[in-house]
Design a protein around this ligand. Structure first.
Ligand code: G
Ligand code: G
Ligand code: NA
Ligand code: MN
Length: 255
């Protein structure tokens, strides 16, 4: 409750902001986009990660408002980057079940992107399987389908940790699977984690889905994943989540 109030306060005062973590194309190391991760700025200037206020994001009303502020800031940041001459292909936005229950996700994205002339194909929506467990599967699928028609890609996040993953791959409009960090952490040490990673990559090939490996920290992991055919990589090895104004330097240093 305390956390929820603190986050609400931060929201009202404009102290919730997106940090951006790079996503890398395995084949050539190009930066193909960034995932936006919400951060809370405290009055003393310190930055708090979403993992530390997860309870607040479980509150449907607050979570809905957090998404709205994230969408608005992502649109503004995309415009700033474009004005700086940077081409950033896509930004990943994390959404939760609450974002689907009111049926206004598309409207909220339109309101932020439309006036700036930013096309929907600059956005990837990241959903976890939990959004399909709240008895609103049809609403979720319908919303995602409409967004995809406008160019949004859909990523299934934390893949492998939820329930009935395979059912969701069959019935839902998904473009990208994000393999959960826990499998990437363990694949070098544990035969079953490696087997699961291989299985997911094989399945993705057959279903013509792209795969992003999350939480890549070591060069050896990146190397194995490339050999196994994983199309894109994300993790501290390439970059930690960073504020909007650090992205330009990051891209220029890599170029
Ligand atoms: O780096 P980090 O601590 O931000 O992320 C922790 C968790 O919080 C992750 O599971 C991530 O999906 C979630 N998260 C990060 N940013 C957002 C956001 O903007 N909206 C929602 N709903 N979840 C987020
Ligand atoms: O649940 P989701 O996948 O959206 O959130 C990703 C979480 O993992 C965020 O908290 C992000 O900051 C964190 N993260 C991303 N890359 C790495 C990494 O290489 N190592 C660790 N420890 N955490 C990471
Ligand atoms: Na995510
Ligand atoms: Mn993720």
């Amino acid at each position: 409750i305390e956390k929820t109030r603190e986050v609400e306060h931060a929201l009202v005062e404009g102290r919730l902001l997106p940090y951006y973590q790079p996503i890398i194309l395995s084949a050539n190391g190009d930066v193909i986009g960034f995932e936006a991760l919400v951060r809370m700025k405290r009055d003393d200037g310190s930055i708090v990660s979403a993992g530390d206020f997860h309870e607040a994001l479980d509150d449907p009303h607050l979570s809905h408002r957090v998404t709205s502020t994230m969408v608005a800031q992502i649109a503004a940041d995309l415009q700033r980057w474009s004005d700086q001459g940077l081409s950033i292909a896509r930004i990943g936005l994390n959404v939760s079940a609450a974002d689907f229950s009111r049926g206004d996700l598309e409207t909220r994205i339109s309101a932020a992107f439309g006036p700036r002339g930013i096309p929907f194909d600059r956005l990837t929506i990241e959903v976890t399987e939990s959004v399909f467990m709240q008895g609103v599967e049809e609403t979720v699928a319908g919303t995602l389908q409409r967004l995809r028609k406008r160019g949004v890609l859909v990523a299934l996040d934390d893949f492998g940790t939820g329930f009935a993953s395979l059912t969701h791959l069959r019935s839902l409009p998904v473009d990208i699977i994000k393999i959960d960090k826990s499998f990437i952490d363990m694949m070098a040490h544990d035969a079953s984690s490696l087997a699961i990673v291989e299985l997911v990559l094989d399945l993705a090939r057959k279903l013509k889905l792209k795969v992003t490996a999350e939480g890549v920290e070591q060069f050896g992991q990146a190397h194995s994943l490339l050999e196994l055919g994983c199309t894109s990589l994300q993790g501290y090895l390439f970059g930690k989540p960073m504020p909007q104004d650090k992205v330009k330097d990051f891209l220029e240093e890599r170029a």
